[in-house]
Each structure stands twice: as structure tokens, then as C-alpha cells.
Design a protein around this ligand. Structure first.
Ligand code: MF3
Ligand code: CO
Length: 231
């Protein structure tokens, strides 16, 4: 993800980014978790502006001022990791940056709830509250998920919900938490390619995702090399 963040620039196509992703995956000896998953044709997902998730890399050219969501899942030694990040490209308008910041903050607020003894929807509620209090909507038809020796394991992790409900969280659980936050309506349309999900009103959408482990000492972000506020 860091390498792709450095590579992304105006004038590239989404396919160019995928090629770079594939190069890095080969260099690191990891395999794409997405390629062939339920027939998904790409190695990563690249979703631009009004595209929410599951954008198939192709001819779309990235422009100055775009926001580009990259979703990357890999398998190494039988274990899955899944993460997403929305990058601003070039000079991005302030209101667009605000959407990115709120979405990342919603993810971090959700992660902060991933502690033993809390309930699953404490995570969901924290994500939703953060996004909606900033004036945005959360996508409801796509959710986070358990992850481990498969990409999608139980439980589903919605980005909305009632606090103090859902399964009790325990040390050792590993979750992919992934808010998709829209500037306008939360309604989604899937394009005729069968994958690309866009906002119904054509307004912007951002997506941030981490794979995290719940430990006795609190949440640990597995898809982050740097020191972070969760250790
Ligand atoms: N992060 C997304 C998810 O957990 C990516 C899946 S893309 C797919 O569903 F192509 F593999 F479906
Ligand atoms: Co995921």
C-alpha cells in the first residue's frame, strides 16, 4: 500500500496501478487474495471518486484532484491480510480532504472499540457515529469481516449498529474493519461489469480498511508497519 501510494499520480490508468501492485506482490512473495475470488478479474481494487469499492483496474485515467481508493488483499503462508486506503491525487479540494479524514477517523474510532469484553456493534456504532456526525453517510450493503485462513470469515462487521449488541469480542479474534463513507446518499449501484459499486447520486465515496487483532492489551493493527496509537 505504501508503494502504491508513492506510485499514484495524475495521468496513470487504474491498470498501471495494478501492474505496480503485482510487481510489488511478486517481489515480496505474496499472492493476491482478490484475483479469481468469486470470479473477480483484478489483483487489487481501484475505485475512483464516485466509485465506492470493487473497481476493476482498467483504462480509467486518474486526474489531478481525484480521490482514489485502493483495496489490497494478500495471502502469505496461508494467512490473509486485507486493507484499503483512499489517496488524494495532486491538488485535492478541501471538502474532498475532509471526507478522507472523516473516513480514516471513523476507522480508527472503530478500531479503538476492538477490545476484549466489548461487543461487536460497539465497533460498528463508533464508525457510524464518527461518519454521520461529520455529515456523511455510511454504506450499508458492504461490511467488514472476520479474516484469517480465509479472506472472509465470520462475523460480518457492519459500519452501523447499536452499541452493546452483537457477539462479545475476545482476545485472539482478527477482524477487517472497513468503513465506506459517502458524501451524499448511502445508496449503491453496481455497474454492468458486475463488480464496480458506485454511489447512486454520483457523489464521492472514501474507503479505509485495516486488519486488526484483538489482544489482551487492546487492538493491534496488523496491516501497518509503523508504530501507531494502538501499539
Ligand atoms: N476489502 C474487500 C472485501 O473485503 C475486497 C474484496 S474484493 C474481491 O470484500 F474482489 F475480492 F471481492
Ligand atoms: Co475487506
Amino acid at each position: 500500500m505504501d508503494a502504491l501510494g508513492r506510485a499514484i499520480s495524475p495521468g496513470m490508468t487504474t491498470l498501471d496501478l495494478e501492474k505496480e501492485a503485482l510487481r510489488v506482490m511478486e517481489e515480496r512473495g505474496v499472492r493476491s487474495a482478490f484475483k479469481g475470488y468469486h470470479g473477480y478479474p483484478g489483483y487489487i481494487c481501484v475505485s475512483v471518486n464516485e466509485e465506492i469499492v470493487h473497481g476493476i483496474p482498467g483504462k480509467r485515467r486518474i486526474k489531478d484532484g481525484d480521490i482514489v481508493s485502493l483495496d489490497v488483499g494478500i495471502v502469505k503462508d496461508g494467512y490473509y491480510g486485507d486493507m484499503a486506503r483512499t489517496f488524494p491525487v495532486g491538488r485535492v479540494a478541501g471538502d474532498r480532504m475532509a471526507l478522507l479524514q472523516a473516513t480514516e477517523e471513523a476507522l480508527m474510532r472503530g478500531i479503538a472499540q476492538a477490545v476484549p469484553g466489548n461487543r461487536l456493534h460497539d465497533i460498528s456504532h463508533a464508525v457510524e457515529k464518527c461518519a454521520t456526525s461529520a455529515g456523511y453517510s455510511v454504506v450499508k450493503v458492504f461490511v467488514g469481516h472476520g479474516i484469517g485462513t480465509r479472506m472472509h470469515e465470520d462475523p460480518q462487521v457492519p459500519n452501523f449498529g447499536r452499541p452493546h449488541t452483537g457477539p462479545v469480542l475476545r482476545s485472539g479474534m482478527v477482524l477487517a474493519i472497513e468503513p465506506m463513507v459517502n458524501a451524499g446518499t448511502s445508496d449503491v449501484v453496481v455497474l454492468s461489469d458486475g463488480w464496480t459499486a458506485i454511489t447512486k447520486d454520483g457523489k464521492l465515496s472514501a474507503h479505509f480498511e485495516h486488519t486488526i487483532a484483538i489482544t489482551e492489551d487492546g487492538p493491534e493493527i496488523l496491516t501497518c508497519r509503523r508504530k501507531n496509537r494502538f501499539g
